[in-house]
Ligand binder design. Structure first.
Ligand SMILES: Cc1cc2nc3c(=O)[nH]c(=O)nc-3n(C[C@H](O)[C@H](O)[C@H](O)COP(=O)(O)O)c2cc1C
Length: 155
């Protein structure tokens, strides 16, 4: 079982979130690989049981580096079905579009036929941070890692 966490981060905030999500995955005893999107080839998505993607919020959506990977993943359309997916984002502002960013990533995951779990009491769509993760966002990131790991184990 392996969970691949992919992020893009220009100033380090999303990278910090990714590291916290990885901690959550590890705490459930599941292998995790943490990668900058610029080191990831779409083919690598095939090897993971769970795929978690983080992006800074850019104009209310994902950075183009993440979109490029998702577009390149069309080569494997249908082959990611049944894998667990999740997303997270850092933005500068409250109401700055971090949830729409997550939903854009999750949208592509659903089109791939992936399984995305919401959260009834934490950040509903996925963890969000304003700038670097504070104590609240840190908790949400670890929680996401745990939830995805638990679901991967269940499946
Ligand atoms: C091109 C660009 C567009 C951005 N658009 C938004 C935006 O729409 N809303 C927002 O709140 N922050 C926006 N930001 C700010 C970043 O989302 C924010 O600084 C984030 O924490 C950066 O994450 P990083 O440190 O992982 O690069 C934008 C930043 C850049 C460079």
């Amino acid at each position: 079982m392996k969970i691949l966490i992919i992020y893009y981060s220009q100033t380090g905030n999303t990278k910090k979130m990714a590291e916290l999500v990885a901690e959550g995955v590890k705490s459930e005893g599941v292998d995790v690989e943490l990668k900058n999107v610029e080191e990831v080839k779409a083919r690598e998505l095939l090897k993971a049981d769970g795929i978690i993607i983080g992006s800074p919020t850019y104009y209310g959506s994902m950075a183009y580096q993440i979109k490029r990977l998702l577009d390149e993943s069309v080569e494997f359309h249908g082959e990611l079905a049944g894998k667990v997916g999740a997303a997270f984002s850092s933005s500068a502002n409250v109401g700055g579009g971090n949830e729409t960013t997550i939903l854009d990533i999750v949208n592509a995951m659903l089109i791939h036929g992936m399984i995305v779990q919401g959260d009834s009491s934490g950040d509903h769509y996925g963890p969000v941070a304003i700038g670097a993760p504070d104590a609240r966002a840190t908790k949400q990131c670890k929680r996401l890692g745990q939830k995805v790991a638990k679901l991967v184990k269940k499946l």
